[in-house]
Design a protein around this ligand. Sequence first.
Ligand code: ARG
Length: 620
Amino acid sequence: MTHDPTTILHDRLMAAMRAALGDALPASAEPMLAPSRSPKFGDYQANCAMALGKQLGKPPREVAQSILDRLDVADIAEPPTIAGPGFINITLRTDALASAVAALDRPGADGDLGIEAGKPTSTVVVDLCGVNLAKQMHVGHLRATVIGDALARLHERLGYNVIRQNHFGDWGLPIAMVTGAVLSKAKTGQLELSRLTLDDLEREYRAAQKACDVGKTEMMLIRKFSLGPKIEAEWAPASEDGESASARARATLVALQSGEQETFRVWQRISEVTLEACFANCKRLQANVTAEATAGESTYRDELGTVVADLEQRGVAIESDGALIVKLDEFGINEPCLIRKRDGGFLYATTDIAGIRRRVQDLGASRAVYAVDARQSLHFRQVFAAARKAGYARTPSGADAALVHAAFGMVLGEDNRPFKTRSGENVKLSDLLDEAVSRAEAAVAEKNPQLSAAERRDVAEAVGIGAIKYADLSSDRIKDYVFNFDRMLAFEGATGPYLQYAHVRVSSILRKAQEEFGVDTQTISGAHFAIGSPEEKALALELLKYAPVVRASAEACEPHRLCGYLYDLASAFARFFDACPVLRAPDESTRDARLRLTALTGRVLGDGLHCLGIAAPHRM
Ligand code: ARG
């Protein structure tokens, strides 16, 4: 049996609506129960009477009254009232509220903190991180990593079997290009493979790209504007260099594809260097992205031919201009999905279609979530539709898996343009993390000079990284946001440090209770909740929202909902703490009741931060 007042009230209201309106009740009708915006309207309000009145052509207040006449909530609420145009206002009985809060605190039938995390019943795959071979992680990967990991954690918290997939971009022509370049330098001793760094690789990547591009634009312009054979002849040698570099890249790709040993070993080494740096960043970000969670594009290389042949054979894909495409008009998508180029090469989309097949049919996902840049929206609409058309999104039991593109916006600089360094380069993620931590260290040193140097470093790491993560996760993911160190590191307002500090405050109150009064956790968890003051009540109501918020955040793939909630909770806690003395409470039972509310708040804050992958230190 649930103790969650929202669920109980929802069900009772539903029953009353049915009793009041019988067959006239529209099938889609909902009580529209929401927390009240102001305590003077009670704790909750049900807004259904307005909508129903409109649909049924009856005065809303009359509808509200007939629902109210059949509403039985005497066991948990004061008699409900009708206000304004037909709001039904409900105030919980304090004893009912206390026992609802107590149930949160009692792992059992209702689950811990109100979240039933039973045996995993289904599998959710989360696509995250998505770094590319021979490239540094930059701010774009911050979002893919942090949002993806938070979504994975939220689903894990609800008991799903979660499989993370880092769709590492490690295959294709550009990859062959850099592999070829590194191979030839290794042969001539200009590069030592065992000492290869990611900086070397980035340099090689750029140089190789430039080599392939030489003369390309010029030739295009010369031909476009018909500048004549003389100029064309002048540029031909440069253009030939470019051509031959491109040809070399293609030859390397063939060598890679056929598993030619030397080339393959170099490629493996490059991959190792890239991933080592990636995993180090992820670890620092407290994002669970490891080798096991990494399935690069290269892991699909042997599946692509099979998938494409299957699509062609069943007529899902058709030939067009020598290329192979999947038409998607029936999904309302005008641009077909290209899966094989005229030269026989496969594409990014081909791999993602194979990815859906693997995720749904082999890994058993009933839901696959992709934390990827919003600029890839069309790509995912196409790939999802093509996979559905092919039947690849159908689970072995015949159900349709949910495919969700959890798209995110860009990280902007103060000038509202894509975040770049002063010289216009992409910002290296590791540099960004370093700077956040060193700024946090200064702030922490100022706030708490008593911390030892070692402790200060640990706290700074937690605060700096937490600040970046909260700032990223708390903005509506589809929107762009402006990256600002000062704002995200502030100890006031909706920031990571503010939430961590609230958590620290709880720990310190509990520590003092133990030191001063010998009140241990056992005594606290045995105390009776007595919810008297408006601030205690507001805090209790906030605590009760935790489980529904976690569920909604996971369902909508929107970590910002949980972020906003935790800020509200921390604020409710601050108001409670200002208004209600805890350690200096008038009597022991009040003190212990308040300690229990405090401890429960700490648990919810800690649990919520954990779901976001943000550290919750006990000292700051
Ligand atoms: N490597 C890709 C990029 O940098 C991101 C991969 C996203 N995941 C996917 N399944 N396509 O754009």
